[in-house]
Structure formats: structure tokens, C-alpha cells
Design a protein around this ligand. Structure first.
Ligand code: GLN
Length: 495
């Protein structure tokens, strides 16, 4: 049975566009119609500009009719997490601090996508300033998981994952500092890639923790992930941490590599707190690789137990510094009843930031304060090095590491909201990857008995995206998890 337009992959849509079976205007209209039909329930979007998207689609169709098409992404709508700048459009980070802010320039990834004809389609909800794992921290209301509207879509890129799963965009972009692409991808049953630190420019991405943040794609398939990566990867002089490296054609490489691979299973990742249904799904995936001739090795990443602690020192330290710019003076929320400049800083920040953001700024200021900096921040940096070394040591012997993405399937909204520690533990399996700067990918690997998606995380070598995508692709070729869709129509909207 053929999928409706709003559930087709980028690769399929692209070939339908090239064979002129559909036009970009038709596709964009279908995506808009779908969004209008379901987003009152899902609430993935902070904003979208219908007229602007249709104008871009029309321009794409005109290019096509004069044989000036810009490539596979020409005419395909892509949703943006609301921390990635799109010139002339709102950019809020789901914060009251930036409620009325309009982006004065394009992020490098935006420019690159526009350069290949993709249509920038809407801005997607997130946990305020990307801090959270459920999208409940948004100042503009929570996003709902399309598979069960009473559950969270994960976070912080919950809007990007939910919009894709609900058919509101053929692909979206998110950002991942400690798991924010992979965990929501797992909870919403889609593919989410966090590239190697330095592969994608961060220019124009609202900074949370600069040494960890990385932009990446959410897609329906691994091939689509390769297509998006082709468009956004590459060195950028505007980001001093962007790396000069050869960028392969990820899509072409995908089919060339066939394995078998040597895959490592870290014993530290299968302990307490892991849901039995997740364990089973991941074990089944491991058995699949074994049946394909892959060698499976138990490995040890001994410093794993420190990852969450180290992350909450480094990420909060960097966020306290990055968010100092929101002072009510140059842009962003400005308090209306301040008496003097200090009062203006205090009141603007007190009114503009939500509870979780304040918690992080306070923690970060503390770990950087004199007398504590060596004990916390400097020490955490040292342990971070050990965490990275654990992985590099393992890669002497294996090609990739397999773990669950999230310890549990999607949890109920409200279940962890009052307990920051429980929320922080959602990222136990993803955070180490950011600390080590490695690429990580989440792909669907099953469903719980109650019908909730489960994600498999594959972790690659630095700049080893090509191989990582091939390993995932070989699994995807023989499984159909990613082709299921949630039944939003049958569900009553949640509050
Ligand atoms: N959930 C983690 C946090 O709250 C990671 C967020 C992210 O990757 N942006 O910080």
C-alpha cells in the first residue's frame, strides 16, 4: 500500500518530484494540511509561516520546470528546532526570554539547506534552551507523543521528533547536547543522528553548552539521514570548533559497505533501571547482527558511571556562561519595572527564564565559582577525558558500540517533571557520547507491548558517520519498525 504524501521518506518524495509525479507546492500543501489536522493534538510547532513555505515551494517548482533543480532536497520541506536561526522568522528557544525575537540571519545549516533548495518549514518546540528530556520545560506548552498523547515525546528536541512521527514534516533538524536528538527519536520511533562534534557548524544555533552541542537530522530512514547529512556537514569558518575533514557522499557510501562488523556491547550499559522490554529489543537487534556474521564482543567503558555527573557540571558551567548574554539590554525580554541597570538584569532574567534554566545557571555559576572551580569543573574535564579514552580504547577492537538509546519507552507527562534527577537519568546512555564527541545514531528496534517505540543506539568512531550509517542501514533493510505510524486520529487530545 502506498503511503500518503505526509508519511513518505525524503528519498521517495525526491524521486516523485524528479519524475514530476508531484510538485513541491502539492507536497508542501499536503504537509501544511497534515499539520493543521493533527498539531492541535501533538503541539510540535511553535510557529510556521504557511505563505513563506508555499513561496519557497513555488520557487522550487519553477527551478524544476526550467531544469535548474538544485539536487535531491530541492522542494522538500524541513522542520527546524526552534534554536536554529532562519532569517526573518521567530527564534524563541521555547523561552519567554526570546518570545518576540526574530532571527536577523540564517544559521549555516539553514543557509546550506536553502542552498540545495530545501524548504524551511516551521519552528519546532523544545525544552527551554534545550534543557530537558521531555519537552515539558517549554514556556509555550508541552509537545505530546503521537504514539500516546498522554506521554512525552522526549526532549529536548521533542517537537522535531513528534512532528516527523506525526507526518507534519518529511524530515526535521534538532540539536543534541546530551541526548536531545537520539532520546526523542527513540521515544517517537524515528531515526535520529547526533554527528561527531565539529562535523556540523554551530553558527546560528542558540548555544546551550558549546563543547557538547551538535545539530543533526531526524528522518524516517537511515538513507534520509545520509541525505540530510550530505547537505549540512562540512567545515565552516564561522564556527571555530568546526573541523576540516573530507566529507564523503554519505548516501552513496551507504550501500557500498556491507560488513560484517565487529560490534561492542558495553557491560556498564545493561544494568539497573533498564526496562525489560527495551533490553529484549536491543538483544534481538544484537542477535540479528550476529546472524549476519558480525562479531559481537562484550566491552567495558569503566568511567560510564561518572558520565551523568560530569555532564551536569560541564553543561551547566557552559550554560551559565552562554546564557549571561540575556541581560535585557540588547535583545530578548526586558523587564518593564526596573529601577536601575542591576535591577534590570535581575528582573529581566527572573521574568524571562523558566525554573529548569534557572536551576542550571545557578548550578553552573556554583561549579565555576572561585574555590570550587578546581574541585568541580576542572575535575569534571579530567573525567571527561577518561570517558573519551574508554571509547577510543574500545575502538581499537570494535567498529561500533551498541546500546539502548533510552532506558525506558516514552513516560507519562508529569511523571518525572517534579524530580530533576529522575529526568536527568533519561540520558544515561546518550550523554557519554557527547562528552566523548562521538557520532551516535538512534534507530527504531521494536515496540513495547503497549505499542510504544523502542530505540537502538549505535555509537561510531570520530567522523565515522559513513560506517555508522551503513551498520544501521543493514539492520533497517531487514526490519519494518520504522514503517509503522501512530494513530493520532483515534486518540483524544491530552491536556
Ligand atoms: N536532557 C539533557 C539535558 O537536559 C540533554 C539535553 C540536550 O541534549 N540538549 O541537558
Amino acid at each position: 500500500m502506498s503511503e500518503p504524501l505526509h508519511y513518505k521518506s525524503v528519498a521517495e518524495l525526491s524521486s516523485e518530484l524528479s519524475s514530476k509525479k508531484i510538485s513541491s507546492v502539492e507536497l508542501t500543501q499536503a504537509v501544511i494540511a497534515r499539520t493543521k489536522a493533527v498539531d492541535a493534538k501533538v503541539r510540535a510547532f511553535n510557529s510556521f509561516d504557511e505563505a513563506d513555505a508555499l513561496a519557497q515551494a513555488k520557487a522550487s517548482d519553477e527551478r524544476r520546470s526550467s531544469a535548474k533543480t538544485l539536487g535531491v532536497l530541492d522542494g522538500i520541506p524541513i522542520g527546524f528546532k526552534d534554536v536554529i536561526s532562519v532569517k526573518g522568522q521567530p527564534l524563541t528557544a521555547s523561552s519567554n526570554m526570546l518570545k518576540n525575537f526574530v532571527s536577523p540571519y540564517d544559521a549555516t545549516v539553514t543557509q546550506k539547506l536553502k542552498g540545495v533548495g530545501a524548504i524551511s518549514w516551521g519552528r519546532l518546540n523544545l525544552d527551554e534552551f534545550a534543557m530537558g528530556s521531555s519537552t515539558e520545560n517549554s514556556a509555550f506548552g508541552q509537545t505530546h507523543n503521537p504514539w500516546d498523547l498522554e506521554r512525552v515525546p522526549g526532549g529536548s528536541s521533542g517537537g522535531s521528533a513528534a512532528a516527523l512521527a506525526a507526518g507534519e514534516a518529511p524530515a526535521t533538524l534538532g540539536s543534541d547536547t546530551g541526548g536531545s536528538i537520539r532520546q526523542p527519536a527513540a521515544l517517537c520511533g524515528v531515526v535520529g543522528l547526533k554527528p561527531t562534534y565539529g562535523l556540523i557548524s554551530r553558527y546560528g544555533l542558540i548555544a546551550f553548552a558549546s563543547s557538547l552541542d551538535q545539530i543533526g537530522p531526524f528522518t524516517r530512514t537511515v538513507e534520509d539521514s545520509a541525505i540530510l547529512l550530505n547537505a549540512i556537514a562540512g567545515h565552516d569558518p564561522m564556527d571555530s570548533t568546526s573541523f576540516k575533514t573530507e566529507i564523503p557522499d554519505y548516501r552513496a557510501e551507504l550501500k557500498k559497505r556491507k560488513g560484517p562488523w565487529k560490534l561492542g556491547i558495553p557491560k556498564e550499559y545493561f544494568g539497573e533501571g533498564l526496562d525489560p522490554e527495551v533490553t529484549k529489543a536491543v538483544e534481538d537487534a544484537v542477535s540479528f547482527y550476529k546472524s549476519k556474521g558480525c562479531e559481537i564482543k562484550e566491552i567495558s567503558l569503566p568511567h560510564t558511571k561518572y558520565a551523568v555527573g560530569v555532564y551536569y557540571i560541564i553543561a551547566t558551567a557552559e550554560c551559565s556562561s552562554n546564557l549571561a548574554r540575556y541581560d535585557g539590554v540588547r535583545y530578548g525580554h526586558r523587564s518593564k519595572d526596573a529601577n536601575d541597570i542591576l535591577d534590570l538584569y535581575f528582573k529581566s532574567r527572573a521574568e524571562g527564564f523558566g525554573a529548569e534554566v534557572k536551576r542550571r545557571i545557578i548550578l553552573g555559576t556554583y561549579v565555576l565559582s572561585s574555590g570550587y572551580q578546581d574541585a568541580y569543573y576542572v575535575r569534571a574535564q579530567k573525567v571527561r577525558t577518561l570517558i573519551r579514552r574508554d571509547f577510543l580504547e574500545a575502538y581499537k577492537d570494535v567498529d561500533a558500540v551498541i546500546t539502548p538509546t533510552s532506558p525506558t519507552p516514552a513516560f507519562k507527562a508529569g511523571e518525572k517533571a517534579a524530580n530533576p534527577l529522575a529526568m536527568y537519568l533519561c540520558d544515561v546512555y546518550t550523554i557519554g557520547v557527547n562528552l566523548a564527541g562521538l557520532p551516535g545514531l538512534s534507530i527504531p528496534c521494536g515496540y513495547s507491548k503497549s505499542g510504544l517505540p523502542i530505540g537502538l543506539q549505535l555509537i561510531g568512531k570520530p567522523y565515522g558517520e559513513s560506517e555508522l550509517l551503513s551498520i544501521a542501514h543493514s539492520y533497517e533493510q531487514e526490519h519494518t519498525w520504522g514503517t509503522r505510524h501512530p494513530n493520532i486520529e483515534a486518540q483524544k487530545g491530552a491536556l
